[in-house]
Design a protein around this ligand. Sequence first.
Ligand code: BYC
Length: 472
Amino acid sequence: MTVSIDYSEKIPNNVDLTGDRKLQRALESWQPNFLNWWKTMGPALPTEDVYLRTAVDVGREGWAHFGHVAMEEYRWGVFLAERNRDRKIAFGEQKGEEVWQQVPGEYRADLQRLIVIQGDTEPASVEQQRRLGETAPSLYDLRNLFQVNVEEGRHLWAMVYLLHAYFGRNGREEAEALLQRNSGDLDSPRILGAFNEETPDWLSFFMFTYFTDRDGKYQLGTLKESAFDPLSRTCEFMLKEEAHHMFVGTTGVDRVVGRTAELMREHDTDEVAAHGGIPLDVIQKYINFHYSVSLDLFGSEQSTNAANYFTAGLKGRWQEERRRDDHVLTEDAARVDLVKDGAITTDEVPALLALNHDLRSEYVKDCQSGLKRWNRVLDQAGIGRQLYLPHVGFNRQVGIFSDHHITPAGDLVGPDSWSAKQDSWLPTEADKAHVRSLMRPVYEPGKIAGWIAPPNAGINGQPFEYEYVHLP
Ligand code: BYC
């Protein structure tokens, strides 16, 4: 049954908040703190209104409404996908049993931890992207940035709802703390590394929405399998919103690569910086950085945490139900990366220990699709060069590779060779300064900055020239 979203309430929702006064009051008292956080840590550019989509239903068709809204009046709310009353636990030691509508006492701490980590990333990304509105390459891009931002804000609501509704006082305290940690803050940083990095320019933004939001897709995909049904339903709907964020990343990089290729041909040189473009080498270095930082978000290749989450039914595998095995995995083995005797090799370990590695492998396959697209853009422009994903061991801070220096090509090297070559693999201060120098706002409808190509189509059938954002 579809439960449509009630917009007459202070907090739009499809979870019958009016039927639970205590929860409603608790969330209503968190709401002003959220709005205050949005005002102080959200988008810095003042706007009159923005052409945004707002969820109006959680079904397959026609779930979103598009219209100009003042951003601070955006209707953030709590939307869960429809409940499937026949749903059973799909994996782990309780496979086949009823899914849980409440949190079993023995899993309380672990579930809360997963929800807090997930919740922490959402406001973190808004903080990271806070100043990008000041330098958007077009009104179309500015609108997409704000769409991503308001929806990350909504994803915070999604996790805060779970904390308030199912984790009592402790959950409410964690919900407060989600507004108190801040990206890059020395005393109180965000939990995961990638969310304390800066997103200082639009190439970083597109890379972030391609690579880091894609980690979000995979992590949410595993939480969607959870035996804790409210978490599963929450994540299912978040994934629907998430697709647009990755579209912004994929097509954003398409357009940067496209423009670079155009400038390379026009001026018959790789050195497009002098012509207002971003050189392919610099694009490659940004890929190297964002991909490697995002790989760290999968945790260690071998993880007892992941094994315990799986066995308990808290966190499954990507597309768990399509896997052709027993979904319990106690008898299975898997191969994971290993660095041994100065060489990169693999080792066979119990499959349960290798679940982070399994998820990361799915992610890597998916990332390849972007590279294929971008290389097609280069091919079609007749540029005989290709972009690539670096080796999974390159530039890692988490897991087996973090104690080693691995080149993008996958060679194990010593610290001296690493230091000598690092600047040709990762963005240097000069590269970043050049990219930043190109970041000048273009806010005239239908106009676009010189370092990026216009999109193939506008949003929701509107033309590129549409006034997606009204500035004061
Ligand atoms: N940074 O067994 P291990 C998104 C810690 S993005 C810092 O290897 P585990 C989004 C770990 O906590 C998706 N610490 O890892 C994207 C543990 O500490 P303890 C976010 C790290 O636990 C864009 C120790 O190291 N969602 O949605 O299996 C925009 C050993 O851990 C890191 C999730 O991540 C790190 N990178 O896996 C907006 C899902 N990695 O226990 C949004 C929820 C590990 O020794 N989280 N550690 O104190 C999880 O499933 C897991 O916690 C992780 C780590 C996958 C993150």
